[in-house]
Design a binder for this molecule. Structure first.
Ligand SMILES: NC(=O)c1ccc[n+]([C@@H]2O[C@H](COP(=O)([O-])OP(=O)(O)OC[C@H]3O[C@@H](n4cnc5c(N)ncnc54)[C@H](OP(=O)(O)O)[C@@H]3O)[C@@H](O)[C@H]2O)c1
Ligand SMILES: [Zn+2]
Length: 334
């Protein structure tokens, strides 16, 4: 079977199509015939050589957190059947640590993520598979696990409810757009930012207010100083301070990423004087992902798949993401 592997960690031109032995399902496992796997900045981060998790000695490396497809083989005791339409929840947990026992599962002390969806077949733990209703395409389903689940968990951590105002810097990508759409599902209003006039036009269909710009002061002024109840920060760097200024007194910002900086650059006094909270967040739980699959199938929101790419064009998908030429999710269809 073929896989789009990272042969070198040099950026998109390091992606190579390789032939691999077809996997076989052991007890509790399943082999999924992958029909769709969305890509995430996490994959690009690995491909660019920035990830501490994946280093050169493990190459070629098959990434891809979000495979969706059909069960091809179910191992002994696996709770799925051949032909089932399924989506993988990429969470990997030990199941026995204090955090696993107390929950939520994404706080597991040895939490990690599945990689291997950018291939024709994926070997997975069958109890991490979620049934996909016929009303939801496999491409749309594959958009959900990393981007939408993370955004949903962040909204929940910030206690966002109907009538709240949610600030989302970088609102045109996977987590950002999901944050705007899911804020709407909760009855909240969203203010999304982008640096691109072209993407701003499309963003207006998903965010209640759109701010276009690069300058921190201009963004704060346009979004409204002290106006938001919650901020979803997947950028870090200077956007931490931007979020703090757009938040109201006692507002909450939730941080999940570092696209714009390795540190949270935040002025101290306005932070403590305004009683704000900054919370870290990673992924969400499998029951939350099941809920998102159900809500998407019911049409309560549409997971936004901007473009699909055949497996042999995976490098192009990563180049488009790297050039910020994407709106919502990019999906590889092996
Ligand atoms: N902790 C977790 O569980 C978790 C889960 C998912 C993602 N993440 C992290 O969250 C971040 C977003 O992931 P994603 O897959 O949604 O990425 P993505 O789709 O590539 O995000 C693109 C968005 O980021 C903005 N952007 C990109 N580079 C920027 C920069 N230098 N300065 C300002 N804005 C920038 C783009 O703005 P324009 O519209 O202006 O181009 C666009 O809105 C990543 O850091 C990722 O690692 C973490
Ligand atoms: Zn654990």
């Amino acid at each position: 079977m073929r896989a789009a592997a990272f042969a070198e960690l040099t950026g998109p031109d390091g992606v190579e199509l390789i032939e691999q032995e077809a996997p076989e399902a052991g007890p509790g496992e399943a082999v999924v015939e992958v029909r769709a796997c969305s890509i995430n900045r996490h994959d690009l981060w690995i491909l660019q050589g920035h990830s501490a998790m994946i280093r050169g000695e493990e190459l070629p490396f098959v990434s891809g957190l979000d495979p969706a497809g059909l069960v091809r083989e179910a191992g002994e005791g696996a709770p799925v059947e051949e032909g089932d339409r399924v989506l993988l929840c990429p969470n990997q947990t030990c199941g026995t640590c204090d955090r696993c026992r107390e929950g939520p599962e994404n706080t597991c002390e040895s939490f990690s993520l599945y990689h291997g969806g950018l291939a024709e077949q994926a070997l997975v733990d069958a109890d991490r598979l979620i049934p996909v209703p016929d009303d939801l395409s496999l491409a749309a389903a594959s958009a959900l696990p990393t981007a939408y689940l993370t955004a949903w968990h962040m909204l929940k951590k910030a206690d966002v409810t109907a009538g709240d105002r949610v600030f989302v810097p970088g609102a045109t990508g996977g987590v950002g757009l999901a944050g705007c759409q899911l804020a709407g599902v909760l009855g909240a209003e969203s203010v999304g930012t982008t640096t691109s006039e072209r993407k701003a036009e499309r963003l207006a269909d998903f965010a209640d207010e759109v701010v276009v710009g690069r300058d921190a002061g201009d963004i704060v002024a346009a979004a409204g100083e002290g106006s938001a109840d919650a901020a979803l920060n997947h950028l870090s760097g200077e956007f931490t301070d931007v979020c703090g200024r757009v938040l109201r007194t006692a507002g909450t910002q939730v941080v999940c990423g570092r696209t714009a900086g390795e540190t949270l650059d935040q002025h101290s006094a306005p932070f403590f004087l305004s009683h704000q909270a900054i919370l870290g967040s990673t992924m969400g739980t499998q029951p939350e992902l099941e809920r998102l699959v159900g809500m998407a199938a019911e049409g309560r929101f549409d997971p936004l798949v901007d473009r699909t790419y055949p497996l042999d064009e995976t490098a192009t998908a990563f180049a488009d993401m790297e050039e910020r030429d994407a709106f919502g999710k990019l999906v590889v269809t092996p």
